[in-house]
Design a protein around this ligand. Structure first.
Ligand SMILES: [Fe+2]
Length: 335
């Protein structure tokens, strides 16, 4: 029955070939603007299915070759890595994408491409922390920070990828020592989103939080007075900037063409559009993410936070280390 349903969808969609079907985990106003703009420029209709990442991957897997999806757009390289491993993508070649996106932000074989960058940084309560005292992710294990650290749960892929990067740079043993040390300095049991960590920070629960940069932008520009007040209470610190340090941990939002895409050419055009100068400017100005296109500067707000050295690790290594990261979190009791 389900198969017949999907066959009907596929047949219907083939009647109107000038379209592209996207499964997305992202739920930001910037994306709606971009979908509309793509249609204006190309004449290609964009059909969107939006759901949480696990649901959307599962759906794509279950639909198999009957899936109407041409593209999977998601956040965190850990998920893109899994999608490639599950054979949900097909490789594509694009001179434009290879030219504008640095190699470490895309799959070497063309299965997925970063479309935006985000940094996982430290934010601190400006009343209780002098930023001069901050340095690295590793320093968060210092006894000085007992009862100070706020972060979300280890079920969250952003923390898994951060730990995966530490495994890649320092090895499993040191990564475990780090996770244990941070866990011992928790201000409270991990709960809530990155934004909730900053709200707790402003309320005096803890002094330092680990968050993604665009959430700071969301608080600064929030409709809610209370969230704008939170933003005024916090400072941003980019860790691991020393001469011999690796730089701040970077992750991406990324996209790939699905294995059974019926509108493959349109799908490639869509990815190229998302990485164009025009689209990259919209991502950075309305969703406070960093551009992946090396010819586009971050928005003025992001520039006001300062430039910083990025950890340029080949991102698929984070996917490779994901299982180990989850195991370490479990072993050290980081819930
Ligand atoms: Fe997010």
């Amino acid at each position: 029955m389900i198969k017949i349903f999907f066959i009907v969808i596929v047949l219907l969609s083939s009647l109107n070939a000038n379209e592209v079907n996207i499964y997305t985990h992202r739920h930001y106003p910037s994306d709606k603007i971009l979908f509309k703009k793509f249609t204006q420029i190309s004449g290609i209709k964009v059909n969107v299915v939006q759901a949480n990442s696990d649901q959307i991957m599962k759906r794509l897997e279950e639909e198999g070759k009957y899936s109407p999806a041409d593209l999977l757009l998601t956040v965190d390289v850990g998920r893109l890595y899994i999608a490639k491993k599950k054979d949900l993508f097909q490789p594509i070649q694009s001179k434009f994408l290879e030219e504008v996106i640095p190699l470490h932000l895309r799959d070497k074989e063309g299965y997925w491409f970063g479309v935006t960058k985000r940094a996982r940084v430290l934010v601190y309560n400006i009343d209780s922390i002098d930023p001069k005292s901050l340095s690295t992710y590793e320093a968060l294990t210092s006894k000085d920070y007992k009862g100070s650290i706020l972060t979300r749960s280890s079920t969250n892929i952003y923390n898994q990828s951060l730990l995966a990067s530490i495994i890649a740079h320092k090895g499993e043993k040191e990564a475990k020592t780090w996770a244990k040390g941070v866990r011992e300095n928790f201000a409270r049991k991990p709960t809530g989103s990155d934004r909730d960590q900053m709200r707790a920070l402003a309320a005096g629960v803890g002094k330092i939080a680990i968050v993604n940069t665009y959430y700071v932008g969301q608080l600064i520009n929030s409709d809610k007075f209370s969230d704008r007040a939170v933003a005024k209470m916090i400072g941003i610190f980019f860790p691991n900037q020393g001469e011999n340090e690796r730089g701040t941990h970077i992750n991406i939002s990324g996209i790939g063409v699905t294995k059974y895409a019926k509108n493959r050419d349109n799908a490639v055009k869509f990815i190229e559009f998302l990485c164009s100068v025009e689209a990259q400017k919209i991502f950075t100005s309305t969703n406070y993410e960093y551009p992946v296109n090396k010819n586009v500067s971050p928005s003025k707000l992001l520039q006001s936070w300062g430039s910083f050295k990025e950890d340029n690790i080949q991102l698929d290594k984070l996917g490779q280390n994901n299982t180990e990261a989850i195991k370490i979190f479990d072993e050290v009791g980081w819930q």
